[in-house]
Ligand binder design. Structure first.
Ligand SMILES: C[S@@+](CC[C@H](N)C(=O)[O-])C[C@H]1O[C@@H](n2cnc3c(N)ncnc32)[C@H](O)[C@@H]1O
Length: 434
């Protein structure tokens, strides 16, 4: 169930063109908005697109700092420049409690939202409140013009009562948060649109990496496929760039992935069901072997059998599992407990071990309880590559460096099997920029 958009395709196209404006609207774009056989509306190629080609560059309709629990808040909430100083020194000089640079304090963009925050009376004046900062991207909907407002309402917005928590958590940071029902409903509707369509990611602004969440009405029209044909990245803060990961034929739908590409089918679909309220039926989801990658595989629970088991049915989140060697069948409940055990055992190590210990654990311990193709083990290898390619005080042996190269080769082979093309992950692994 979604809060339905009742905007016609024609009106949506007009609103999108107004949103892109002279700066971003190309005379002959690579894309167009059409009805999709996957779901609702989608983005389609207007001509053949080559790998790496830019399909779309789009400014955000609404954006703001991600302000998660572990994100740095030393970033201007308006222009995203780096702010120097302690918690108090980086706050807006006018007392709204947002971290804002001196230039932006009096900027047109900030003045309105600053007034709103001050009217609500922040409870703690001397510090940044994360829930209040996180809702900045939402409350910016108060400053949209009429056409932008219509565009926001033309977007699909899946409702979920838990989304109200974001408003409640922000409200707790103020003495006099708005009680106006229309305004609260508007915020809730905007949060639903964000949770259905928005992108979160890192963007480089003047050499400073920032985490942003933003709503891009055109990019947000991309439906999901588990091995997508398009990549996206942020540019200079609030611009999204969509590029082709594979050659895309004229008329083909341009799709992105809402989940992690290396997750197993069950992990991806559980995530999708919980966060986006749909189950994916793409070719990868319909193939129990996942293009021969066996990312779901677990060892057979039948005593004495050393085979691997994979889920048998594809269209359920609680499938039976069958051994590829002895053909025993086990219910999902049993296999889910086993998968959770593998996931927790490996993830606890990832969080606690040095890189060297992690390599030993992956090579010596994991094969005893987890098939090498299982996605949790695959992600652990990715984590090792990521940690090794970052500055570290650990010194690695020749053997450990060889392990990293082996993991990289394995991961690249896996992406090849999935048909992921020149996906972002491949680029990061190849360039060691994970
Ligand atoms: C970001 S929107 C995509 C654009 C949407 N089709 C529209 O008409 O506005 C995400 C929503 O589209 C639908 N959707 C996207 N990919 C899907 C898929 N592979 N299968 C089923 N529904 C999908 C789901 O309802 C999801 O919550």
């Amino acid at each position: 169930m979604s809060l339905k958009f009742n905007t016609s395709l024609e009106d949506l196209r007009n609103l999108v063109n107004l949103h892109l404006g002279a700066k971003f609207l190309e005379t002959d774009p690579n894309w167009q908005v059409l009805d999709s056989s996957i779901s609702g509306r989608g983005l389609f190629a207007r001509r053949d697109v080559n790998v790496g080609d830019v399909i779309l560059r789009e400014p955000a309709l609404l954006a703001g700092p991600k302000a998660g629990q572990s994100t740095n808040i030393n970033t201007c909430a308006v222009c995203y420049c780096r702010l120097e100083g302690n918690d108090q020194e980086i706050l807006c000089k006018n007392g709204c409690t947002m971290p804002v640079c001196e230039m932006c304090c009096t900027s047109e963009r900030h003045v309105g939202e600053c007034k709103v925050f001050r009217k609500w009376k922040p409870k703690e004046n001397g510090k940044v409140n994360r829930p209040a900062l996180r809702i900045v991207s939402i409350i910016r909907c108060l400053f949209l013009n009429e056409d932008q407002h219509k565009l926001l309402y033309a977007l699909q917005a899946n409702p979920d009562k838990y989304y109200k928590a974001e408003v409640q958590m922000a409200a707790a940071c103020f003495e006099e948060f708005t009680q106006n029902k229309d305004v609260l409903n508007y915020f809730y509707r905007t949060i639903c649109a964000f949770n259905t369509n928005a992108f979160e990611g890192s963007s480089c602004v003047g050499g400073h990496e920032v985490l942003i969440r933003a709503l891009f009405p055109v990019a947000g029209l991309m439906n999901h496929q588990c091995t997508p044909n398009a990549n996206h990245h942020f540019e200079n803060g609030e611009t999204i760039v969509i590029t082709a990961a594979r050659p895309i034929k004229e008329g083909e739908e341009i799709v992105t992935s809402y989940s992690k590409i290396l997750w197993s089918t069950l992990a991806r679909n559980t995530f999708m069901k919980l966060t986006k309220q749909f189950e994916c039926c793409c070719p990868r989801c319909m193939d129990p072997t996942e293009n021969g990658t066996y990312l779901s595989a677990l060892f057979c629970r039948q005593q004495g059998c050393k085979g691997i088991m994979i889920p048998v049915q594809t269209k359920t989140l609680q499938p039976d599992w069958r051994c590829l060697t002895c053909e025993s069948v086990f219910p999902h409940s049993k296999m889910a407990r086993y998968q959770d055990f593998a996931l927790n055992t490996i993830n606890n190590r990832i969080n606690a071990c040095s890189i060297s210990d992690m390599i030993t654990f992956i090579n010596d311990m994991c094969p005893r309880f987890c098939p090498p193709s299982n996605y949790v083990l695959v992600e652990a290898k990715l984590n090792v590559i990521w940690r090794m390619s970052r500055a570290t005080t650990e010194v690695f042996t020749e053997e450990q460096l060889k392990c990293k190269d082996r993991y990289r080769a394995e991961l690249l082979e896996l992406l090849e099997k999935l048909g992921a093309g020149e996906c972002t992950l491949k680029k990061l692994i190849t360039e060691e920029r994970l």
